[in-house]
Write a protein that binds this ligand. Structure first.
Ligand SMILES: [Zn+2]
Length: 50
């Protein structure tokens, strides 16, 4: 799985959860965001990037 902002690879835990977060865009599509991008950008900024 890849971050939808910076395209870097996102690790998953042994429980198959991603190290990062999911955000729904305006069309209701689920986007993946890595912890780095979560730190760098606000939710609004991330939505503009999808
Ligand atoms: Zn990222």
């Amino acid at each position: 799985m890849k971050c939808d902002v910076c395209k870097s690879k996102i690790q998953t835990t042994f429980l198959n959860k991603i190290v990062g977060t999911y955000i729904r865009d305006s069309r209701g599509k689920r986007k993946v965001v890595c912890p780095e991008c979560q730190k760098k950008f606000s939710r609004e900024e991330l939505l503009e990037k999808f």
